[in-house]
Structures are given as structure tokens and as C-alpha cells.
Design a protein around this ligand. Structure first.
Ligand code: ADP
Ligand code: MG
Ligand code: ZN
Length: 479
């Protein structure tokens, strides 16, 4: 059978660090980083006799996340102990939620080529993060840093509804943009605030049953997640085609070699001996509490998209793209307010801004310039001060140093030449040097005009006003 005869099935367990000021069970700072073991106290270091106290903000943030992803909120939930040993987990258990997660039965929609697709969310529960192990590069050993121990997390478990790496990326970007909007997490993947365990299986198309899955832990970049899924699906198909079976196992992705390695197998045999956390009371939330949070939710990507379609007349494609990130949306709205040209702003974000970010391997949140600069840039195009070709160069400059575009074009001498006399001189010169093109044009080869305009653009380093150039060439050629 061929690759096309198989279908890839993916389900994600996404961990998202909440941006509360303090940790989930103590009053230590939950901020990222810091000198090792400076955000610690007897509770998060697991000293005997200490007791956890649940941070109310964690419940509030998790309920917000649940409502924003269409979940039902469990009004009577609780915490459970998940027992396992690891050196970054000083209690030898993680306080999580087992059979009564705070939120369940939700979904988010993603845009696919065949229209909107619903990805179901099985549950969202709260839990504590573990510490970090730092392996010393001089081989002196491994150091434990407990700053992260007890930082609050929500875990979002999807149903196995995803069918390609592309869908997975869209789903993750959707979650990220929702959580950024409701301000429950900074979602910085490179700092581990948003990371995913990726479950992949394959099955023959048309088959009703799922294949055996593998789970790759702690993936924290879109690029590696996409690569991992493509690699893993290919590997599983090859195994099946060779007549082998897939082992259910936990894998580790190696970005350098671009392949997965076995971390541990027989995942199902792992017994966490969950039991209700005896040191914490149950979590009771009232209807009123839930409704108050529901009312406080800000505009979410889906309604923002509707507004962009009606208010700004963006195309479906541009609207989808801009709402894919809160940072794009802010950039778009601020720039549009300044230049009143939503179409150009939307297109610039979708094509040029996205392309440059991609080249720099950066994400929308890494953008340093704002709508103030982008708005002015679009005004300069609209006024004819610069051509759109020069605008692309200005944009590139904005990624290196934030300055007003008018300053950049002044310094670089990029102002568009719109003086008819000056352009005419160029036109005459180019025509003198290209008699063949004139003959071609007269013989009906319209392409010759494009060539001549191109030469004139080269001569003026892209600064000539293209409409004027066209007009003057036509005038001369038709004389
Ligand atoms: P656990 O990892 O704790 O055993 P589950 O069995 O509930 O938990 O599954 C965890 C994740 O794996 C979920 O996101 C689910 O969608 C996904 N998943 C389950 N079965 C498959 C499968 N056959 N192929 C791909 N993903 C799967
Ligand atoms: Mg799992
Ligand atoms: Zn603490």
C-alpha cells in the first residue's frame, strides 16, 4: 500500500503555564527564570509537615480558559496525587486532577481548506509544574533548580481529532491566540510556557479503529512539532508496510538528527496510583462565579474575525491570518487606525511581516515595531512617497531597528521620484539604450514595455513612481 492509503491520527496534551503572580500552592513568585532556587519556600521544596493552599487565581484562570474553549465547568472538582519519582519532583508526587477535571467537553474550531473543523477538547485540568534539571556542561553532575516547581499549569487534552501536522499547527495557534487574548498565559513556547505531548498513530483509510499510538513528550516549537509528526507518521507506515507492529511507547524528539528515540515503553503499564489529595479541600465553584467570569471574557479570535470581515471588509483569508495571533491583531488595528487602509495593512501582515518573521525564525510576539510605524508606512505608500517595492525594504529595516518609516526613507534616500521632468529624463535615456525593445514594442510585443520599465526601475534603484514611468514610456513609444 502507498502512503496515500494511510491516515494520520493525532491527539495533543498541551501544557500551558499560567501567568499568575504566585505559585499554585504557596506564595513564591511564579515568574520565569531567576537565579536557581530563589523562588522557593518549604512548601514548594516539599519539606515534611508543610501544607499546600490552593491559589484562587489558578481556578479563575483555568475556568476562563475552559469557558473560552467552550468547555463545561465542573462545579465540584478536586485535586489528586499522581505518584512517581523524578529528581525534579521533590514530593515524589505531582498534585494534579484525575477523574474530576475542572473543565471538560469543549472544542475549538480551526480553518481548513474544506471549511471550519471542530477539534474536541476532552478536558482541561489544573496541576503543578515540576522543577528543572540542569546537566552541568563540565560533567560535574546534575543540578536541581526548583524555581519552576509549583508553577501553575493547565493541561488541555484534545480528542484524537487531528489528521495532519498542518491541522495540529492550526489547533495550537488557535489555543495560543485564545489564551493570549484572555491573558491567562504568556504562551512563550521557547520558555516552555506552552508545550505539547504529541500522540501520533496511523491507520488505513476507511478503517474505523485507531492504530497504536506513540507519544512524544514536551515539544515546544511549531517547527519541531510539524517535523516530528511527519517523521513519526512516515516511520509508523514503514513499520506496518514491513509487516511489523507499532509499540505503544513514549518518545523523545531530537531536533538535530530529526528523528524520535524511545524514552520508555509500555506506557499503559505505568501506574501513578492516583488518589484524592488529602491536604486540600475540594474545589467548589458557583453558577454565579462561572457567569461572572463568562461576562468578563474579552473579544475572542472568532468574533474578532467576524468584525474584521464586516467592519474592515478584509478577505476571509486575511481575516483568518490576522486573528491567528493577538499580536497581529493589535498591529493591524493600531496601524489601520492611523492610515485608514485595512486592506493594505492586512495584506502586508499576511505576506511581508509573516515572511520576514519566518525567515528570522521568530513569532508574532517577537515583533518590536508597532502599528504606529506600520500605519505610517502605509500612508507613505498611499501618498506615493514610496513605491511598494521600497516599502518592503523599509519593513525589513523596521525589524532591525524601530524608527519612523519617514526617517528611514530620509536617511536612505529612498523617497520616490514623482517629478515628471526627472522621470522623463530616465525614460528617454533607457529608450536610447534599447532600440531593440522599441522595435519589439512596435511589432506588438507588449512584454517589451515591462522590460523597459524594469530597466528604468533599476536605473533609479526602485525609486521611480511606477505609474508615472508607465505613462511616460507609453507616451514616448506611441509618438
Ligand atoms: P494517557 O496519555 O494518559 O494514556 P489518553 O489515552 O486519554 O491518555 O490519551 C491522551 C492523548 O492521546 C489524547 O490527546 C488523545 O486524543 C490521544 N490519543 C489517544 N488515542 C490515540 C490514537 N490512537 N492516536 C493518536 N492519538 C491518540
Ligand atoms: Mg499521555
Ligand atoms: Zn514556595
Amino acid at each position: 500500500m502507498a502512503r496515500e492509503d494511510y491516515e494520520v491520527v493525532i491527539g495533543l496534551e498541551v501544557h500551558c503555564e499560567l501567568s499568575t503572580k504566585t505559585k499554585i500552592f504557596c506564595s513564591c513568585s511564579a515568574e520565569f527564570g531567576g537565579e536557581p532556587n530563589t523562588h522557593c519556600c518549604p512548601i514548594c521544596m516539599a519539606m515534611p509537615g508543610t501544607l499546600p493552599v490552593l491559589n484562587e487565581k489558578v481556578v479563575e484562570y483555568a475556568v476562563k480558559a475552559g469557558l473560552a474553549t467552550n468547555c463545561t465547568i465542573e462545579k465540584n472538582s478536586k485535586n489528586d496525587r499522581k505518584n512517581y519519582f523524578y529528581p525534579d519532583l521533590p514530593k515524589s508526587y505531582q498534585i494534579s486532577q484525575f477523574d474530576k477535571p475542572l473543565c471538560y467537553d469543549g472544542y475549538v474550531n480551526i480553518e481548513t481548506e474544506d471549511g471550519e473543523k471542530r477539534i474536541r477538547i476532552e478536558r482541561i485540568h489544573i496541576e503543578e509544574d515540576a522543577g528543572k534539571l540542569n546537566h552541568d556542561e563540565y560533567g560535574r553532575g546534575t543540578f536541581v533548580d526548583l524555581n519552576r516547581a509549583g508553577v501553575p499549569l493547565i493541561e488541555i487534552v484534545s480528542k484524537p481529532d487531528l489528521r495532519s501536522a498542518e491541522e495540529v499547527e492550526k489547533y495550537l495557534r488557535k489555543l495560543k491566540s485564545i489564551f493570549e487574548d484572555i491573558e491567562v498565559s504568556d504562551c512563550k513556547m521557547e520558555q516552555g510556557s506552552l508545550r505539547a505531548d504529541v500522540n501520533v498513530s496511523v491507520r488505513k483509510k476507511g478503517s474505523k479503529e485507531f492504530g497504536t499510538r506513540t507519544e512524544t513528550k514536551n515539544m515546544n516549537s511549531f517547527r519541531s512539532i510539524v517535523r516530528e509528526i511527519e517523521y513519526e507518521a512516515e516511520r509508523q507506515i514503514e513499520e506496518l508496510e514491513a509487516g511489523n507492529t507499532i509499540t505503544q511507547e513514549t518518545l523523545r524528539w531530537d531536533d538535530i538528527s530529526g528523528r524520535t528515540f524511545t524514552m520508555r515503553d509500555k506506557e499503559d503499564a505505568e501506574d501513578y496510583r492516583y488518589f484524592p489529595e488529602p491536604d486540600l479541600v475540594s474545589i467548589q465553584v458557583s453558577d454565579e462565579y462561572i457567569e461572572n467570569i463568562r461576562k468578563s471574557l474579552p473579544e475572542l479570535p472568532e468574533s474578532r474575525k467576524k468584525r474584521y470581515l464586516s467592519e474592515y471588509k478584509l478577505t476571509e483569508k486575511a481575516a483568518n491570518f490576522v486573528v491567528s495571533s493577538k499580536y497581529y491583531s493589535n498591529l493591524f488595528e493600531e496601524a489601520t487606525k492611523i492610515c485608514n487602509n485595512p486592506k493594505t495593512v492586512g495584506n502586508m501582515i499576511m505576506s511581508d511581516v509573516a515572511r520576514i518573521l519566518n525567515e528570522r525564525e521568530e513569532e508574532p510576539e517577537d515583533l518590536k515595531f508597532t502599528g504606529k510605524e506600520l500605519g505610517e508606512l502605509v500612508i507613505l505608500i498611499d501618498k506615493g512617497t514610496i513605491s511598494s517595492a521600497i516599502a518592503k525594504k523599509v519593513l525589513q529595516e523596521l525589524f532591525n531597528e524601530v524608527k519612523m518609516p519617514s526617517e528611514i526613507i530620509e536617511e536612505k534616500g529612498w523617497v520616490q521620484i514623482s517629478d515628471e521632468g526627472a522621470i522623463k529624463e530616465v525614460v528617454v535615456k533607457i529608450l536610447e539604450n534599447n532600440p531593440q525593445s522599441i522595435a519589439d514594442y512596435k511589432a506588438g510585443k507588449d512584454k517589451a514595455l515591462g522590460f523597459l520599465v524594469g530597466q528604468a526601475m533599476k536605473e533609479t534603484k526602485g525609486k521611480a513612481n511606477p505609474q508615472l514611468l508607465n505613462k511616460l514610456f507609453l507616451e514616448e513609444l506611441n509618438k
